[in-house]
Design a protein around this ligand. Structure first.
Ligand SMILES: NC(=O)C1=CN([C@@H]2O[C@H](COP(=O)(O)OP(=O)(O)OC[C@H]3O[C@@H](n4cnc5c(N)ncnc54)[C@H](OP(=O)(O)O)[C@@H]3O)[C@@H](O)[C@H]2O)C=CC1
Ligand SMILES: N[C@@H](CC(=O)OP(=O)(O)O)C(=O)O
Length: 388
């Protein structure tokens, strides 16, 4: 496909054939729901574990979505997760358990199948982009390097990851604020994470009902470093070159051009909420004097990511909904927001007596925190001719 492709030309072409790995899981089910009505993509193949393989999807899955399972996917036979079984797919989404995602996703890339992953396995890879589509789709520019460094070099295959669900939710307002007011110096974030973030069946009811668990293994570290990769840029490496002697591209981890290092401290809690991660954020800007709460509200409200102006069909109508009411957003009332969980909601923007500004952000951990992000990333790749 040429880079002149527009949303209208994609709509008039034959639908892109897609597969879903981990299709029976919490994220996999959200993929099925969103893809069943997708204007550009059609589900071609579904994969899961040996437990599910060979069964009709409707028999293999414990369907937990509020929308009934219907459409073509319900009667597809679930396959194993091997590239051979997905060779007719033009791209594949992965909602695989991280314990198995590493080898399986590697095999798909090696078989020249573009793969959009929710799992954590390749997020730290120096040649794999970690893309929150409302923030840093420009990081797709690392893909040619990822393909050329693979042995043998790849013509079509690549891996794109999306972020941890808590990172995704709060990094969207951070990006809007950096765009408006320049670098952020420090961030304190405290999460209240929904049970669905732990997959199905997830946290035992006796542990979570009427309770708060102040620990989610590995989560705080992920939020702290993923933020730097996502909000940073891509620069030329000082000491690594390709086979022609040209500098390799590298993620600057938010430190390019003498920018002050961004320091992030995260505290993560599991709370008895079904869907929707709420995060309390306090931050300090580099610039002095810092913006006022009203300027922050306005900057968040007008934030328009590139994917919106490009016309990606799953992008939210409004990226950040800003609430004025003192007791909103709330997970039960606001998790779906204005566009089926594809945007985020911010409220309680106010002055912080220790840093500069504080606010609360709510995101749908299974939608923009997982499946919706992968889908928008794939739409962007189709529009940019990165997938054909
Ligand atoms: N839930 C969330 O909010 C978020 C999750 N993620 C990440 O997304 C991924 C999926 O999460 P989630 O949906 O919650 O997890 P689930 O536990 O709900 O689902 C896991 C999926 O992986 C499949 N699977 C397990 N073992 C194998 C195997 N050996 N071979 C092939 N398939 C296998 C399961 O199939 P079967 O049913 O047959 O066992 C199931 O489809 C994880 O990596 C998670 O960290 C990322 C962001 C948010
Ligand atoms: N750990 C997150 C969900 C998740 O799976 O994260 P990751 O994709 O970073 O492993 C939660 O429990 O809410």
């Amino acid at each position: 496909m040429s880079s002149k492709i527009t949303p209208n030309t994609v709509s008039s072409l034959k639908k892109v054939r897609v597969g879903v790995l981990g299709a029976t899981g919490t994220v996999g089910q959200r993929f099925i729901t969103l893809l069943s009505e997708h204007p550009w993509f059609i589900i071609e193949a579904l994969g899961a574990s040996e437990r599910s393989k060979g069964k009709k999807y409707r028999e293999a899955v414990k369907w937990k979505q509020t929308i009934p399972l219907g459409g073509l996917a319900a009667d597809l036979i679930v396959k194993g997760c091997t590239p051979e079984e997905f060779k007719t797919c033009q791209l594949v989404f992965s909602g695989l358990d991280a314990d198995v995602a590493g080898d399986i996703e590697y095999a798909f890339r090696a078989a020249n199948i573009p793969l959009f992953s929710n799992a954590k396995n390749y997020r730290r890879d120096p040649h794999v982009p970690l893309i929150v589509p409302l923030v840093n789709p420009s990081h797709f520019s690392i893909i040619p390097q990822q393909q050329s460094l693979h042995s043998p070099p790849l013509s079509k295959g690549f891996i794109v990851t999306n972020a941890n669900c808590s990172t995704t939710g709060y990094v969207i307002p951070l990006a809007a604020l950096e765009k408006a007011f320049g670098p952020i110096e420090s961030v304190l974030v405290t999460t209240m994470q929904a049970i669905s973030g732990a997959g199905y069946p997830g946290v035992p009811s006796l542990d979570i009902l009427g309770n708060v668990v102040p620990y989610i293994g590995g989560e705080e570290e992920k939020i702290e470093w993923e933020t730097l990769k996502i909000l940073g840029g891509i620069t030329d490496s000082e000491n690594e070159t390709d086979k022609n002697g040209a500098p390799l591209k590298t993620f600057d981890m938010h430190q390019a051009g003498g920018r002050p290092a961004l320091r992030v401290s995260a505290s993560c809690n599991r709370v008895p909420v079904v869907d929707g991660h709420m995060e309390c954020v306090s931050l300090r800007f580099h610039r002095r004097p810092p913006p006022s709460p009203q300027q922050v509200r306005e900057a968040l409200s007008v934030f328009t990511p590139e994917i919106q102006s490009l016309g990606c069909p799953s992008s939210p109508r409004k990226a950040i909904e800003v609430f004025e009411e003192p007791d909103r957003p709330q997970p039960r009332l606001d998790v779906k927001g204005t566009h089926n969980g594809a945007g985020v909601s911010v409220g309680r923007v106010r002055q912080c007596q220790v840093l500069d500004i504080k606010f609360v952000v709510l995101s749908d951990n299974v939608s923009i925190g997982a499946a919706t992000s992968s889908i928008i990333n794939a739409e962007y790749a189709v529009l940019k001719g990165i997938v054909s």
